[in-house]
Design a binder for this molecule. Sequence first.
Ligand code: NDP
Length: 244
Amino acid sequence: MSEIKNKVVLITGASSGIGEASARLLASRGAHVVLGARRTDRLETLVTAIGNEGGSAHYKQLDVTQRNDMEEFVGFAQKTFGRIDVIVNNAGVMPLSKLEALKVDEWNRMIDVNIRGVLHGIAAGLPIMKEQRFGQFINISSIGGHTVSPTAAVYCATKFAVGAISEGLRQEVSDIRVTVISPGVTESELADSISDSEARRGMQDFRQIAIPPEAIARAIAFAIEQPDDVDVSEIIVRPTASPY
Ligand code: NDP
């Protein structure tokens, strides 16, 4: 098995939920984690906690919608460690609503964070990985990247896009691994971004069977720890009780 130990793993959206759980797990297994998000107070607390447990963690403020931010985030990791092994494009938002509610600003935010954010991660990391002739992108999609439901049309569109972009990238590169991980309903702060009262009520029932974010973190670790010539291209992790 390829070691997680000493790998340089960048995680976007590491200030809560799946990103935070992944940072903790990968650092406990010896990775150097470099964490990005907008809420740096959260990142600072997390980096301190990981350090207190003997792990290696750094953070940098990151808004994935800003290409410059992403270039600086990735550049910081490369300067600090001399290489980049994995970029986990995890940052995402999910302000669900029916299309007829015309929450166009929220549609744009999902497109900016969930699609453009992943593309910015690829744009910043790909030239470095090509030069190194190794690397791995782990892009976080969703079960919403496989099926569509009412109130989730735009969110699902962004997650279908993550799948399409990842598959295209996988086909174009030969020495860089590309993994898509699609979580089912998982405990996190994701539903807090829902402003529409009907969609919010619907989510309360839907989320009762949520699995802990550590379940997704373990899938990320599994994809990283495979030998370099093995690309786990797709994993779906959902609650056992989930009908979706
Ligand atoms: P959380 O809301 O807990 O975490 C989302 C993270 O994204 C936060 O750290 C947030 O940090 C970050 N983020 C949001 N906007 C930006 C931005 N512009 N720039 C940088 N970071 C940003 O939710 P999850 O942990 O659940 O979400 C992680 C991923 O998992 C998302 O892509 C989500 O779509 C996906 N997913 C989650 C599921 C679930 O049920 N939880 C199911 C399927 C997929 P900050 O606000 O500090 O910037």
